[in-house]
Ligand binder design. Structure first.
Ligand code: NAD
Length: 246
C-alpha cells in the first residue's frame, strides 16, 4: 500500500466507474482528493455517501474538461484553496461508437474534445502549477484500443492513441522539473461505459481476453497508485497496460 498522506490528488470524472475506483484508492491511502464531475449530481451524491468515512478529505467540484476557461478557473481554485497539488489523474473519457462510414461528424468531435482536447487543457494548467513545485505525477487514462483498434471505435481509438503521443511528448518537456507523465491503459473494465454493449459483442470480447474476465476498477486503481507514488520516480513517458492479457 502506497502512502499519500499530505498529498492532494485530482481525479477527473471521479464520481463513478474507473474514476471512482481510483479516487477511493487514493482516499484509502490517505490523500486529499478533489473529484470532478460534469452533470451527474446523483453520482456525486452517491460518491459522498459511499465514502463518508473520508468526508474531510473529499472535495467534489463540477468541471467540464472541454471548456478551456472552466479548466483555467478550476486550477485557480485549487491553487488558492490548497496552494498546490501533487497528482493529476486525467480519467474523464467518453465513447460514441459506430463504424466509420456511418459516424456522425459530431460523434468524432465530441470524443476528440473530451478524450484529447480536455486532457491538453488539464495538463497545460496542471504543469504550470507543478513546475513551481518541482514535483508532480500526471497519469492519463488511455485504453488498449489505442493499439488494438476494435471495429466501430475509430474516433475512440484515435483519441487514445493521440493521448499516448501527448503523454510521451509532455513527459520529455517536464522531466527535469521532477514531474512524471504516464498512461494507464485498461482493457475491458466492468463499468457503465461498457454496460451498454450488446450481449453478443460482450461474449466476443470475453472470448478474446486471455484471463477470460473483465477487470475491476480496483485493479486499474492499483496501477494508477503505483505510477502516482514516489516509488515510481524513474517511470515516465510510459504506458502500463491493465488488460487481462489482451
Ligand atoms: P464512465 O462513463 O463510467 O466514466 C467516465 C467519466 O468521465 C464520468 O465520470 C463522466 O462524468 C466523465 N466525463 C465525461 N465527459 C466529461 C467532460 N466533458 N468533462 C469532465 N468529465 C467528463 O466510464 P469509465 O469506464 O469509468 O471510463 C473512465 C476512463 O477509462 C475513460 O477515459 C475511458 O476511456 C477509460 N477506459 C475505460 C474502459 C472500460 O472498460 N470501462 C476501458 C479502457 C479505458
Amino acid at each position: 500500500m502506497h502512502d499519500f498522506k499530505g498529498q492532494t490528488v485530482i481525479v477527473t470524472g471521479g464520481t463513478r466507474g474507473i474514476g471512482k475506483g481510483i479516487a477511493e484508492g487514493f482516499l484509502k491511502a490517505g490523500a486529499k482528493v478533489i473529484v470532478t464531475y460534469t452533470t451527474n449530481e446523483a453520482a456525486a451524491a452517491q460518491f459522498k455517501q459511499d465514502n463518508s468515512q473520508f468526508a474531510e478529505n473529499i472535495d467534489i467540484q463540477k468541471l467540464d474538461v472541454t471548456k478551456y476557461e472552466e479548466v483555467e478557473k478550476f486550477f485557480k481554485y485549487t491553487d488558492t484553496k490548497y496552494g498546490s497539488f501533487e497528482v493529476l489523474v486525467n480519467n474523464a473519457g467518453i465513447r460514441k461508437d459506430s463504424v466509420l462510414a456511418m459516424m456522425k461528424e459530431s460523434d468524432w468531435h465530441d470524443v476528440m474534445n473530451v478524450n484529447l482536447a480536455g486532457i491538453f487543457y488539464m495538463c497545460k494548467f496542471a504543469v504550470k502549477s507543478l513546475m513551481r513545485k518541482r514535483y508532480g505525477r500526471i497519469i492519463n487514462i488511455s485504453s488498449v484500443m489505442e493499439r488494438y483498434g476494435f471495429e466501430g471505435q475509430a474516433n475512440y481509438a484515435a483519441s487514445k492513441a493521440g493521448l499516448s503521443a501527448l503523454t510521451k511528448s509532455l513527459s520529455k518537456e517536464v522531466a527535469t522539473r521532477g514531474i512524471t507523465v504516464n498512461c494507464v491503459s485498461p482493457g475491458f473494465i466492468a463499468t457503465e461505459l461498457i454496460e451498454d454493449l450488446p450481449d453478443k459483442l460482450r461474449e466476443s470480447y470475453l472470448a478474446r481476453i486471455p484471463l477470460k474476465r473483465f477487470g475491476s476498477t480496483e485493479e486499474v486503481a492499483a496501477c494508477v497508485l503505483f505510477l502516482a507514488s514516489k516509488e515510481a520516480s524513474y517511470v515516465t513517458g510510459s504506458t502500463l497496460e491493465v488488460t487481462g492479457g489482451l
